[in-house]
Design a protein around this ligand. Structure first.
Ligand code: CTP
Ligand code: MN
Ligand code: MN
Length: 480
């Protein structure tokens, strides 16, 4: 780190060169720094002030409304913010309050670097006034952990989304999905609609639902849906592996209302996937734990390595985002040997069958064509070889069935471990931002729309973010 070469003053020396005339040439007119002495100490502050001025930065000795960047070495936000708020600055909400890393990076670059979220010292008790930290309308520009502070709202929105999807009403479905995703990203709980002014994607209807929940603890619109027979039935039917909204609707129209209706109706012909879905219903509707995911990883890793020693397996999907439980386990498996990845899945499936643990398999060979432009479809990995499996795994209670997804992209397209990480909203927005803001189409590799769909060499996930001009978002921050 650059920081280590800056001398750290241990003993107190006389106050820094306040008032000493400045001769350095100012290079950055429109920014003004203020270094907080707390924790930094006065002699280190003096040294850093000189360093910055020698590089053409304006450093103010006094904290006033002119300051644009407040730099603090004290990364404990609450005493710092208490102190800052006590200064009575009307422009405080506009200032960047950053830690020393922003300063050292700017010194190293000899210019002010862009303030990123990781530089900011966030106010621990944000009030409406200091809340101007803008929230992006794109999930890929927000950091969303698994901790959802607004579950009471997002659960309600998800019921509305499902209901709109059942009725094939796409606009409002998308609107509520986006609103839920924005609320999931907040490090605070919405307690009043007044605090939501600066939030994107919250429309009139969304706010009306929130208002009801704030006022009565529940939404009557949502309660009505939950009590609706059609909603309940479609929800039940689509909970079966292999049953989508279309099939569920068809069964509903025939007057079927329960699993036993479906299973005893002689006119219903279940396909192979649905038969397995019903057969293993109890097991696969039970959440999969991280430990079970790991155990499965070992089994598949072993199978892949038996085929080719340079096979690489990576956990992806919800578990890669740090979730404790999942509805399935997702893996990417590939090999640096180009073309060989295409034969990987069939051989792995075969091996699992020989081991007697394969309960169901639905394999889709690759339709990927590097010479064709990426599709606009939202599912990023649509074209790669993949399979949807049900495997038997042993846990403390004995054997159980678990849903497992494997995808096998060619190495150059998706160096491990990118893609299939999700969340779905995060990936949708990555592609939406690429298309609308950057004029690029995004499969797994970003590719410029002009000229002639040139594929850009994507090397790592970090490169993909950088190429799109985005701050890197860690997998555990993609739970949008
Ligand atoms: N995916 C995809 N195409 C599909 C299915 C899934 O590209 N036909 C990708 C999506 O990128 C999705 C990821 O696989 O984000 C994981 O999907 P899924 O397993 O359904 O969801 P998770 O986020 O893993 O959540 P859960 O823990 O419930 O499994
Ligand atoms: Mn998953
Ligand atoms: Mn999956």
């Amino acid at each position: 780190m650059f920081r280590s070469i800056l001398p750290r003053a241990r003993k107190r020396s006389k106050p820094a060169e306040a008032g000493v005339p400045r001769h350095e040439e100012v290079k950055f007119e429109d920014i003004r720094l203020y270094l907080v002495e707390r924790k930094m100490g006065s002699s280190r502050r003096g040294f850093l002030t000189q360093l910055a001025r020698s590089k053409g930065f304006i450093v103010e000795d006094i904290l006033s409304n002119d300051v644009t960047h407040v730099v603090s070495e004290d990364n404990q936000p609450s005493p710092l913010w208490t102190w800052l708020r006590g200064r009575g600055l009307k422009d405080l909400p506009r200032m960047h309050v950053v830690d020393i890393s922003w300063f050292t990076e700017s010194m190293r670059a000899s210019r002010p670097v862009a303030v990123e979220t990781r530089h900011r010292i966030q106010d621990t008790f944000p009030t409406a006034a200091t809340h101007v930290v803008t929230v992006s309308q794109y999930a890929c520009q927000r950091r969303t952990t698994t901790e959802n502070k607004n579950k009471i709202f997002t659960d309600a929105f998800e019921v509305l989304v499902d209901n709109y999807d059942f009725n094939e009403v796409t606009g409002p479905s998308l609107a509520f999905s986006r609103a839920a995703s924005v609320l999931k990203s907040l490090p605070w709980t919405v307690q009043s609609l007044d605090t939501t002014h600066n939030l994107p994607c919250l429309g009139e209807h969304t706010k009306a639902v929130m208002e009801e929940i704030l006022r009565y603890g529940r939404s009557f619109e949502v309660e009505k849906i939950l009590a609706d027979e059609r909603y309940q039935t479609l929800k039940l039917f689509t909970s079966v592996f292999g049953v989508g909204p279309k099939t569920a609707e068809k069964w509903y129209r025939r007057g079927l209302r329960s699993f036993s209706h479906v299973l005893t109706d002689p006119s219903i012909h279940l396909n192979r996937m649905q038969r397995s879905g019903f057969l293993h219903y109890g097991d696969i509707s039970r959440a999969v734990s991280k430990a079970e995911a790991r155990a499965l990883g070992n089994i598949i890793d072993e199978a892949a390595h038996a085929i080719t020693p340079d096979a690489v397996l990576a956990l992806t999907g919800g578990f890669r985002r740090g979730k404790e439980f999942g509805h399935d386990v997702d893996f990417i498996v590939t090999t640096p040997e180009l073309g060989k990845e295409e034969s990987l899945l069939p051989i792995i499936i075969d091996r699992l069958k020989q081991q007697g643990i394969l309960l169901f398999s639905d394999y889709h060979p690759s339709t990927f064509d590097a010479t064709r432009p990426p599709s606009r479809s939202f599912e990023a990995m649509d074209h790669f070889a993949k399979c949807f499996l049900i495997l038997a795994v042993e846990d403390r209670r004995g054997w159980r069935a678990v849903r497992v997804d494997l995808v096998s992209p060619p190495w150059i397209v998706s160096p491990l471990p990118s893609g299939w990480t999700g969340s779905r909203q995060f990936e949708r927005d990555l592609r939406r931002l690429a298309r609308l803001e950057r004029r690029m189409l995004l499969d797994t590799t970003p590719c410029s729309t002009k000229p002639r769909y040139r594929f850009l060499a994507a090397v790592t996930e970090k490169d993909i973010f950088a190429h799109l001009g985005l701050e890197y978002i860690e997998p555990w921050q993609r739970n949008a």
